[in-house]
Design a protein around this ligand. Sequence first.
Ligand code: SAH
Ligand code: F3S
Length: 481
Amino acid sequence: MEKIIEEHKQGESLVRLPKSGNTKKLFIESYGCQMNFSDSEIVASILAENGYDTTQQLEEADLVLVNTCSIRDKAEQTVRKRLETYNAIKKINPSMKVGVLGCMAERLKSKFLEEEKIVDMVVGPDAYKDLPNLLKEVEEGRDAINVILSKDETYGDVAPVRLNSNGVNAFVSITRGCDNMCTFCVVPFTRGRERSREPQSILEEIGDLWARGFREVTLLGQNVDSYLWYGGGLKKDYDKATEMQKATAVDFAQLLDRCATAFPKMRFRFSTSNPQDMHEEVLHVIAKHPNVCNYIHLPVQSGSTRILKEMNRQHTREDYMALIDRIRAIIPDCAISQDMITGFPTETEDDHRDTLDLMEYVKYDYGYMFAYSERPGTLAARKMTDDVPEDVKLRRLREIVALQQQHSLARTQAFVGQVVEVLIEKESKKSDQHWSGRNSQNTVVVFPKEQYKPGDFVLVRVDSCTSATLIGEAIGYSNMN
Ligand code: SAH
Ligand code: F3S
């Protein structure tokens, strides 16, 4: 703590701002999780230092980078399809180079270069600082690859170039990798072991965003509650830290508290929480700060303790329900969302009913639901048979989606007649006369523009709703401005 304040006082910025006004053009696009979108901003920054400005026009690009996702087979197929489009463009612009970044790059490694002739460069999530060297190789006509995973890379010293930004919300990554080893999940293999970013560099990045007019930050990690800074290095090596390092370590509750205290008019969100790593301290920090949103994304994956065990989730159905009870007790109006998987190997109708039953218990505000997709190399793929027929997976998926729809509608209906605080983000997609923003609970709110503008915190009286959107009218500014 002392050390951080000390460094802060010296005013020496760890974050360097990228150059612009370059001649070469980079077209970069991202698939998958928020972390990929955030990583692409880091990549754009590294390349801005090395001669590339971004373009939205694929046709004029000297370099095309695609940041890829491996989480489900469908995500990988989407990227393969996209490569066909690049191929067509390359016929018109033969000097265009193509690089693959992210989880597919890490998973497939040099196989990518063999399978997809269009690809010149394959770069894993921890190797982005090597991009300038890899590009040199490519420019000299050789294929280039770096898929080495790191023990300490957090890109804490890179100031991201905000891509496609509305100037209001930004992502700030705080941890990388995941150690949880859920048996269905490819992330620990593609993103490596878990490590945390230095609090000082996180605070500086937020300070820079604040100065540039941003009003909401989402702290990002595969497993944010597991955040632990003790001077650098892997989370799993914490045992080897010195007494001094342990005494000055910063966990997620402390980091969130520090961010919310340092920037009281910046609104904070975080994602994603893993039930086994979420501790009560964090709930008290959320309850304490009006600028920390009352919203927790808390994936559970299944309502059956037996399936949770097969998934290597370190909690039972009862543990999860107890955590929900604590959230409701400490933060009464907290919104909670889920991720669910249907048709994990050996899932029976009884297990599925347990999932529906858990959903009834929690009544989630919304959720992201998926049919199980076997991922090569994961423990489930190696040790279990993907034995639930596709039509059964999909039928169960339809059932949980339908139930979630009912709960989402009940949740939005409960806001009708209430006044909610909204941060205006952008014009509503459906009407140029309306603004769109979100309330603390992360529900989208639309209302007539009047004199307000993006970046304003506004009090909105909710008059009606759909299952995903609140519709209302502004009644004034909130005290967050
Ligand atoms: N902790 C992460 C989870 C990443 S994966 C985070 O930051 O969100 C996101 C979701 O994808 C998981 O919660 C899970 O519901 C789903 N998922 C992961 N692997 C899957 C697989 N093999 N098949 C289907 N869904 C999967
Ligand atoms: Fe994946 Fe489980 Fe980590 S879902 S990202 S291994 S918490």
